[in-house]
Design a protein around this ligand. Sequence first.
Ligand SMILES: [Zn+2]
Length: 314
Amino acid sequence: MDFMDFMDFMDFMVAVRPHIDRLSHPPRPCPGIHWQLNMSSMSSMSSIYALLPLHRAPPMNPPLPRILLRIVLAALLLLAPHTRATEPERIVVLTFDDSVASHATFVAPLLKKLGFGATFFITEGFEFLEDKEHYMTWAQIRSLHDQGFEIGNHTRRHTGVGKQKPADLEADIAFIEERCAEHGIPRPTSFCYPGYQVSDTAVEILARRGYQFARAGGMQPYLPSTDHPLRIPQIFDGKPETNLTHFKAAVSQAGEGRILVLTFHGVPDIKHPWVNTDPEKFRSYMDHLKEQGCRVVALRDLKTLLQPNAAPAK
Ligand SMILES: [Zn+2]
């Protein structure tokens, strides 16, 4: 609506308002123009209506110039798109790599309390098979699924995809799918590149095996209109040196057309201190997401949230 259209609309609304009011209310003993001003709902046309004078006559004393009224209402209309009510939804994806035990013991309970979704990327690499103090058991992984979280594929051995022959890479991807099936977990549709290394061959294998989304590294928002869904960048990577200021700067980039995919490893991560996130720091990050009203989801949830804008997987 441009300014002149708006003026015509306002003329119309001013003309019809007394008739609408008479249908629902008896005439009020009103000496002048009364105003209903609801700042919290300024963004809707109904609140513009609420700003209209309840009665056209008698005029205000001193009279408010009509042009001034128009300017005020036009300014409110221009400001409306900037109010909270019309802001695009801010979507944040939480991802957790490397099957760390603290995902089950600390992260999942906290996220459940906050009502957040998340994807846990499972690998049997590192010391997963021997060290069940620091790495999850498959029973714990199954429990994450039972709690509504997404279980994603992070390959059997956590080898960089560029270092593997295509057949070996595919076998490592298939291995995690089979282990999920053994434990009653749905076949993963989300993938995480070990060491953030992407290759065309890996993208082709993932697409052929029905994967919808794959997360890499980087430090930028995911732009579904241009980025390939099997090459999704992260915008934040939880590490000992990152702090709440960094986190807030990343979250501030959420908005229309920009999805924020956040990466964490263990909280804490005893075996990989270079990707450790302190639990209290993590709690402050999650509190910030809650305060900001972000919609916090698993990677798979983007399928329904983004359609029909998501680029097709090839
Ligand atoms: Zn990893």
